[in-house]
Design a protein around this ligand. Sequence first.
Ligand SMILES: [Zn+2]
Length: 71
Amino acid sequence: MDLEKPKENNIAFIDSQNLHFGTIKCDMCAILLAKNIRDMELADCSCGQAWEVDLAKFYIYLKENYQVNNA
Ligand SMILES: [Zn+2]
């Protein structure tokens, strides 16, 4: 996995309604399952892209991997 060159469309989707759960949903599996990503549950992701996160660590992750300066 090459995290140094993230694609233009970030594959990590943060559902703001579920942000307090610290869950990142998987748009790839949403497409595969033909589900709206907002209806995706963590368990619906079979590729491991969706994950539960510690938000503080998540922001560090974003900064390290995506050079996010506005987080
Ligand atoms: Zn997935």
